[in-house]
Design a protein around this ligand. Structure first.
Ligand SMILES: Nc1ncnc2c1ncn2[C@@H]1O[C@H](COP(=O)(O)OP(=O)(O)OP(=O)(O)O)[C@@H](O)[C@H]1O
Ligand SMILES: [Mg+2]
Length: 370
């Protein structure tokens, strides 16, 4: 009984943690709730490169032991001062399999039985080795909310987003949780975390671009539903590599230059902007192909592009992106949904894109507290 009352009274100030274990760094964001609003308590990032003798900003492929060591290091980091174990954890898009499949119109119970059978066609390992989840994609409505007069979409079919996670992946995350004494209530594929933190109530389809160290992820979301996802094998680390090569400087110096200067004009007489935009233009033109294919398939416009991920913290990136798309490009602002001290406003705008996943995870854990 005492417990019940203390929970009741403490509820307002309970803190939760969003954890994102990326390939180049771990991000954590701690939130609580005050007056019904999510409040930022602390946040931090730990570069993983140094755990394998690489530099900050470089992607790594760490052993399970090293990941656990890094998570524990981050939890103990005095400057960040994380004070809660209640968390959720994001799972990388790359560890998941996602596909939109056509299914006959059926009840939820029927679909529950049919989908694992259908999934065998798409999942390259025995179904017993994966955990499946699925969502039906609502059919389009007319602007007035009535059902569409549908020649293109036979009503006898529905679209289902099928999500599969390998059980080994889930077990790896469970192991991290146990060995860090965390209290994780869910694992969620990072896409859904990012959607929660950066999207508002966009009616038209939006493209989210998450630029990491070696890969860039693309998600098309319409009315809060994920419709399409892709991965490009280039990321911000390619920019560092190209800068290092063309300026004849170390990777460490190139990384520093990239973060400090963003997209400048010239450095030592060398046109650095051109060097930096090789990778960006490649990524954005690939992304534009994805947008065009989507628009063609569904006959509707993607009307907003949101940039997230550490690579999107590059100064000047929005302008470069804008040149590649016919549509509005904005920097994602995951801390925009969180109350934070005014003096942090600028730094949270600048570094915000990096924390899109971690903020989204923390927001879900906060929602779960009720
Ligand atoms: N201020 C900045 N300006 C430019 N680039 C930056 C900045 N901050 C971070 N980056 C770059 O962002 C990249 C890391 O992005 P991010 O942290 O989103 O990747 P990740 O989550 O570890 O990777 P992934 O999601 O692919 O596993 C690095 O290459 C780093 O150099
Ligand atoms: Mg990431």
């Amino acid at each position: 009984m005492a417990n019940f009352f203390s929970n009741l009274f403490n509820r307002q100030s309970q803190s939760v943690l969003g954890i994102d274990i990326g390939s180049s760094s771990i991000k954590m964001v701690q939130l609580s709730r005050k007056g019904g609003h999510p409040v930022l308590e602390t946040y931090g990032e730990l570069a993983l490169g140094p755990y394998t003798g690489k530099g900050a900003g470089e992607a790594t492929s760490l052993s399970q032991e090293k990941i656990i060591e890094a998570v524990n290091d981050m939890l103990r980091e005095k400057e960040v001062n994380i004070t809660t174990k209640l968390c959720g954890i994001a799972i990388p898009f790359a560890s998941s399999l996602m596909v939109v499949i056509d299914m006959p119109m059926a009840t939820k119970t029927q679909l529950d039985q049919m989908i694992p059978i259908e999934a065998r066609k798409y999942v390259p390992v025995p179904i017993s080795e994966v955990t499946l989840d699925w969502y039906t994609i609502p059919k389009d409505k007319n602007a007035d909310g009535s059902a569409p007069n549908d020649k293109n979409q036979p009503t006898s079919k529905i679209e289902v987003l099928l999500v599969a996670l390998h059980n080994d992946t889930i077990n790896q995350y469970k192991d991290i949780v146990t060995k860090s004494s965390l209290d994780a209530s869910f694992f969620e594929i990072e896409i859904f975390s990012t959607m929660r933190s950066v999207l508002d109530q966009e009616v038209n389809p939006a493209l989210i671009i998450d630029m990491g160290a070696t890969t860039t992820k693309l998600y098309i979301v319409e009315r809060g539903i994920l419709r399409s996802s892709h991965m490009i094998n280039r990321g911000s680390q390619n920019i560092t590599n190209e800068l290092s090569k063309s300026l004849g400087i170390s990777l460490e110096d190139a990384e520093y230059l990239k973060r400090e200067k963003g997209i400048p004009g010239q450095i030592n007489g060398i046109e650095v902007k051109e060097v930096m935009t090789i990778t960006l233009n490649y990524i954005f033109s690939q992304a534009n192909q994805v947008v065009l294919a989507y628009q063609k398939k569904y006959n509707k416009n993607v009307s907003k592009v949101l940039l997230v991920g550490g690579g999107s913290a590059l100064k000047g990136i929005v302008d470069v992106a804008q040149n590649n798309f016919q549509t509005e490009v904005v920097a994602g602002d995951p801390f925009g949904k969180v109350v934070a001290p005014a003096f942090l406003e600028k730094v949270l705008k600048d570094t915000g894109p990096e924390f899109a996943v971690a903020v989204g995870v923390a927001l879900r854990r906060l929602q779960e507290l009720g």
